[in-house]
Design a protein around this ligand. Sequence first.
Ligand code: HEM
Length: 437
Amino acid sequence: MVTARRNLIAGWTEANYKAGLDSFRIFRRQIVIVNDPEYVRYVVATRHSNFERKSPQMRRALEALLGDGLFISDGETWKRRRPLVADIVHKRRLPEFGETMEHAALAVAAEWAELPDDAEIELTEEMGRLTAAIISRAVFGKSIARVAAQQVIDGFSAYQKHTDSFNLGYFLGADEGWPAFGGRKRRRAIAMVHEVIDGVVNAHLAGEGDAGSMVDLLIRRNQKSESDPLDVTALRNEAATIFMAGHETTATTLTWAWYLIANATWIADRVHQEIDAVCGARAPRLADFPELKWCRAVIQETLRLYPPVPLLPRQAKDADRIGHIDVEKSALVMIAPWLLHRSPDLWDKPNHFMPDRFLSGARIDPFAYIPFAVGPRICPGMNFGLDEATLCLAILAQRFQVIPRVGYKVEPVCRLTLRPKGGLPATIVKRSRGVAA
Ligand code: HEM
């Protein structure tokens, strides 16, 4: 438990990676680990209604910030909100948001171009800044002031820092867990986030927000809704949820992608050759994607090895039976993309970085590869996240090589998302064949 509190993925043994089912107890709570595609399907699809509920740890940790936002809601609330949110982040809207992604990545490229040779940056921070710029403009509108966007970002990271996502009460027998009490700093963090988002929602409601932002789309869809429209608090909860869900996930994907290609120079070469061949001297665009196959495969393989959401914890509503295991009511049922994606029973050379496994046309089992989850709760922003990560990688890799600090020990740690412990210091080197940034 002490290890899990520090790093939720640190306690696994080799046996946990084998495909199968496992069940054990922490104090009074039954924990069921589901690490087999057949049973993943059973939990998330066949018996979705019994296992749709997030674990009390997750709900309690996030409820003060996100309220009843989609990520932690279930039952009727989730059913009503899901089509609304899924519609506004849907892939057909990507062309509208593609320009925002391009501008933000080119702005970072311009900043990197000004750095002195061999300057060191901290990658998780840089990628977090980039994806925050994209998601804040997409959600709140292009005209959101830089300080306001920064206030949301700072509020979210302070909230994470001051929230304990480990809920002892749940393991001691409280089926709903204990409320996550927070101190002054946590309350301040919540106020910082809510103040900005309430301001944006109210401005949009008064007809002053950017047309085409996700908040604008939410409000317009909501106004058309015939039953039970969302109030200002519910609109804020959904805007905050999309911001949270779409920010750090893509940032960590990019961080790990840089780390992986820096350690596999033959793959970095393929990526550079592809970008040069497809784009020449101009910057990559969303429209190039059918031809940027290596860039996309690098992102997909990164998501296999370092899934930003490495654990999908669910709480059984009622007793059930998964394979040979009798599941108790309120048990913690855990699907771990981290384990599933590295299982030797499911993947050839599971710990090797081999983006070509996504190029060969081989069928990937949708219940064995689940960086975006699967079933009715699958990430609605999947295409947004995939395109955003691919585009940012292509734009920056066209101009720069990113070289992690030599000898720096990288340890993946999981709290809400999977990040390198202590960040990832790296040097930016301008590519001689790339376009002058
Ligand atoms: C590489 C980037 C991303 C990854 C790996 C990712 C992964 C995930 C995963 C695994 C879940 C399900 C969590 C669970 O069931 O416990 C999820 C849910 C969600 N994601 Fe993403 N996500 C990414 C990007 C995005 C983006 C860009 C958006 C919005 C623009 C977004 C919006 C959401 C929302 C709203 C949910 C809650 C869905 C529901 O519960 O019905 N995500 N994401």
